[in-house]
Structures are given as C-alpha cells and as structure tokens.
Design a protein around this ligand. Sequence first.
Ligand code: ATR
Length: 271
Amino acid sequence: MKAGVIGWPISHSKSPLIHGYWLEKFGLSATYEAIAIAPENLKADIERLVKAGYCGFNVTVPHKQAIMPLLDYIRADAERIGAVNTVVINPDGTLEGRNTDAFGFIENLREGAPKHDFKKAPAVVLGAGGAARAVVYALAEAGAPQIRIANRTLVRARELASAFKNCVAVDWEALPEAMEGAGLLVNTTSLGMKGQPPLEVTLNTLPLSALVHDIVYAPLQTELLQSAKQRGHTTVTGIGMLLHQARPAFHAWFGVMPDVDEALRAKVLAA
Ligand code: ATR
C-alpha cells in the first residue's frame, strides 16, 4: 500500500514523519512519502498516483482548494470547510475528499483540556484564513454559543462569520471587549510563528477561566501561550492539532486508528 502528501513545496512537511512512525509502530508494509506536485501538474499527477495504485494522500498548500473539482465525492464537512486535506482512493479508482483539520483541532483541545466545555461560553478566534475556517466549523459543531472572529482584514472575518452559525465578526481593535466573558481564545493567524511578526494582543479582559490555544507550534510555547500561562490560564499548544488531524487519514487508508503518544510528539518536535 502506498500513500503520501502532495504539496508545492513539500520538503517542510512533517506528515511523512508522523505516518512513517505509525507504519513502523503497527508493522505495516506500506509507504508514505512527500510528493512534490506543481500547481499546473495537479490533475495529471493525481491520475498518475491513481494508476500507480496509491490508496490515498494528504493535501497541503497550495492544493487544498484546487483539488476539490478533481474529486468524485467530497464529504459534507470538507465541503463546508471549503478545503480537502485528505483524499481516499477507492479500489475502483474514484477519489473521495475529506477534511480532518476540524477533528484534529477538537481532539487536541479534548486531550489538552479534557474538562473544557465548548457549550458554556463564547469563543474568540483570531484570524479568518484557511486554518480559521476549520476551527470555526469545529467550534460551531461543538456547540459554541457564540464565535467571535477578529481579523486584521475585517471583511474576511465578516465572510467567515456569515458562513457558519453563531458567528460574529469583530474589529481587531475591539478585541478587549470581544474577550469579555469568553471561555476560549484561539490564534489561527501566522503571527507569533518563527520568522513572522509577533502577535500583540492584551489578555487583560479575558476571564481567567478561559482556555488559550495557539495553532502555531514553532515555537511551541508562543508568546501568547506564555503570557496566558503567566496570567493563570490553561493553555494548549498547537502541535497536537497537527498530530491528531493525521489519525483519521491513517485510519482511512490503513484500517487502524492510531493514537498520539509521547514518542511521536517528541519526534515531531525534534524534527
Ligand atoms: P492559513 O491557511 O494558515 O490560515 P491564510 O489563509 O493565509 O493562512 O491566513 C492567514 C491569517 O493570518 C489571516 O487571518 C491573516 O489576516 P488577513 O486576512 O488580514 O491577511 C493573518 N495574518 C497574517 N499575517 C498577518 C499580520 N502581519 N498581521 C495580522 N494578521 C496577519
């Protein structure tokens, strides 16, 4: 059995490490490789993977939307999120698109903060890009009573808010008010990532009971998480979302639902 991850560029992807770890752990004689596919070759190269007998592949930047018209079926959640990160190639050669990012997000929070109740209080989401769509979808499905979306470009926050239930767009400048009464704060922007500008937000108005999560995982302890910890918030790092989103894909291709163990976490963090 053969699987992989397609993207352009692809050398940075940690997916081969994650799936390779599980393949070895379960003693499966399958392969998972990084496959560089340039945008202009997407259709032809996917046909090549089908012919070569692949059982599926992950999809990363810049193909997560572009691949959608090339698929035979798209699961409802991927359709709602508007992006596919996992493709299953059926024995008859048909292609099914899925999105496991929302699952990864929720599972990571459940693991890091098992007592967190999504239904209890509003959530504040920073950012309105691709990652934010999966997060907002997941929060809406988990029953968040309100999702307050703040983004540098307000119009993108408005667009995202209009696509899902219980959402409101808020001005970045109005974040202090948006944090009042919130039970969860999530950063989905690239701010705070190694090589990116810092994320400058003040947490003064965020209730101390609120959970703080950053999907940025390089560095693992972002400035946001550090300052939240100092205030006494429970914090959840972003690496788990990456690890947990890989589990349903592995299950779909290889028939085993893997777990996230400490050795895997350490391996990916050290890479
Ligand atoms: P991803 O798929 O990783 O979410 P994206 O779709 O490019 O990537 O979204 C990046 C997010 O980070 C957006 O919310 C973006 O804000 P804009 O919509 O205003 O571009 C946010 N972001 C990136 N760089 C930023 C910066 N310097 N200041 C504020 N927000 C930034």
